[in-house]
Design a protein around this ligand. Structure first.
Ligand SMILES: Nc1ncnc2c1ncn2[C@@H]1O[C@H](COP(=O)(O)OP(=O)(O)OP(=O)(O)O)[C@@H](O)[C@H]1O
Ligand SMILES: [Mg+2]
Length: 267
């Protein structure tokens, strides 16, 4: 199988703090890859580097055959991204949010309406397209962000905690949509989640990151076998320990306060 994403010795430093430390991994085209780790492990920082939002301190990234550092436009056209924090414009309608994105991504004008309709239908929001996003529920916003990420037909979709804060019905529905995109369009999915049972149910391959380093990778079965555990959650806890992260992690007060604030706004 061909790799659609290949990462070599990727590192990100914020001043004297190294958030991501020389990580290397490959993602096979057409697979679902779950990138797991405790709070503050370095997942979002990694996704931001993979999607050209953050410049790596060092390392190499190849996406869909393009060098993500030197051929940014081509790399960007190859992926869709749903960030951990919502990035919708609340003052626009759902439809307008997607049009805006389609224009930025240079979707041909004559194809625009049809593609937007399909994307909204996939996540069940076509009938609500004229509603203002500020009147959407949290689950509808998340589904809209997924729809928006699909409009330029990406080969690979990055999802940073797509189901956080959602009820079980909406989470199941989002995973159904994601699996459908993977199976029917052969779209590669790169996701993070803290719901281990969700990762266990959907992922072909898993990598676990902690303190900026990949500490385990493989299929769910391989990881359970190596850790002699019965579930991915058990394996995860065995590998990463039971201490709560952020607060006692680095002794850095600024980071601690930010982490607490973020947790509050997210739930
Ligand atoms: N812009 C920044 N400046 C300084 N430190 C940062 C910055 N962004 C992230 N960090 C730090 O890097 C570390 C990794 O953060 P990151 O957001 O990648 O974690 P994460 O694995 O996504 O965690 P979570 O599960 O809570 O989303 C944390 O200690 C965080 O405080
Ligand atoms: Mg994160």
């Amino acid at each position: 199988m061909q790799n659609i994403l290949s990462v070599q010795s990727l590192t990100k430093k914020f001043d004297d703090f190294t958030a991501v430390k020389e990580i290397s991994f490959n993602v096979e085209a057409g697979s679902i890859f779950a990138f797991l780790g405790p709070n503050g492990a370095g997942k979002s920082t990694t996704i931001k580097m993979l999607t050209t939002v953050l410049k790596p301190t060092s390392g190499e990234i190849s996406i869909n055959g393009f060098n993500a550092l030197k051929e940014q436009d081509k790399a960007r056209a190859s992926f869709g991204i749903v960030f951990q924090d919502s990035s919708l414009d609340e003052e626009l309608t759902a439809y307008e949010n997607i049009v805006y994105h389609a224009v930025i991504y240079k979707v041909p004008k004559k194809e625009r309406d049809e593609r937007i309709r399909k994307a909204l239908e996939i996540v069940g929001l076509w009938n609500r397209r004229e509603d203002y996003v500020k009147n959407y529920s949290g689950g509808m916003k998340r589904r809209l962000e997924i729809a928006r990420a699909l409009v330029h037909y990406p080969k690979i979709l990055f999802l940073d905690e797509p189901t956080v804060g959602l009820d079980p019905q909406t989470r199941n529905s989002i995973w159904d949509h994601i699996k459908k995109l993977n199976e029917e369009r052969n779209m590669t999915i790169f996701l993070t989640t803290h719901y281990m049972e969700e990762a266990e149910a959907v992922a072909d391959q898993i990598a676990i990151i902690d303190h900026g380093k990949i500490i385990e990778s493989g299929t769910v079965e391989e990881i359970k076998k190596r850790t002699e555990t019965e579930s991915l959650e058990e394996a995860f806890l065995k590998l990463t320990g039971r201490d709560i992260r952020d607060d006692n992690d680095s002794g850095n007060k600024v980071r601690t306060i930010r982490g607490m604030r973020r947790r509050r706004t997210r739930h």
